[in-house]
Write a protein that binds this ligand. Sequence first.
Ligand SMILES: CC(C)(COP(=O)(O)OP(=O)(O)OC[C@H]1O[C@@H](n2cnc3c(N)ncnc32)[C@H](O)[C@@H]1OP(=O)(O)O)[C@@H](O)C(=O)NCCC(=O)NCCS
Length: 194
Amino acid sequence: MIVPAFSFPLKDGRTAVVRNPREEDIPGVLDLLHTTAGETEFLLRYPEECGMYTPEGEKLLFDRMNRADNEAMLVCLVDGQIAGNCQITWSKRIKLRHRASIGIGLLKAYWNLGIGTRLMQELIRIAEENENLLQLELEFVEGNSRARALYEKMGFRITGLKPNAIRLKDGTLLHEYSMMKELRRGAKTELPTE
Ligand SMILES: CC(C)(COP(=O)(O)OP(=O)(O)OC[C@H]1O[C@@H](n2cnc3c(N)ncnc32)[C@H](O)[C@@H]1OP(=O)(O)O)[C@@H](O)C(=O)NCCC(=O)NCCS
């Protein structure tokens, strides 16, 4: 999906640009995938598992996501460098097309500058423009308090927990939480008790 580009001020006074990915972004996005995998335990890959990401694969992915009407990728650039990216995607299947999933990842050097907040606002705006969508969904790993704080600030609430969903190299087991945000009145908001 093509989304109009925009810029916004960071908490440190610099300006960030947000837009759909282009071919020239491929090295920066590959570096982002690799670097973030080593900077946090809260993403689902280790750096040595990033070999599956190739320039050709990223080009195909950018082209597909930019053309699609049920998914979008955005990159965030600061001083011309890729600082992070985010995605929103939803199924076209009738029973599932009311639910969109989102994901976001930033290089550590750009945490706490307001980028996550602004990208989340944009993903919510994209979702609200699609009248089929009733809810936004995401997951976060136990201990990711920065992500949880951001999501709660944006109106998400915890809807579930998958025990021991993540196992780190040292054997540590971590739960994975599901969150959602209702976009429209009329969606069921109560969780079943059985
Ligand atoms: C999680 C992430 C997307 C947040 O983006 P960000 O740009 O750092 O977030 P923002 O600066 O917009 O906002 C973060 C908020 O959390 C707060 N915060 C920061 N550290 C925190 C902590 N340890 N505990 C609780 N809240 C924290 C900040 O104060 C800020 O709130 P405020 O805007 O009300 O002051 C980003 O840090 C990131 O990419 N992390 C690594 C990858 C990752 O975890 N992705 C999410 C997977 S679910």
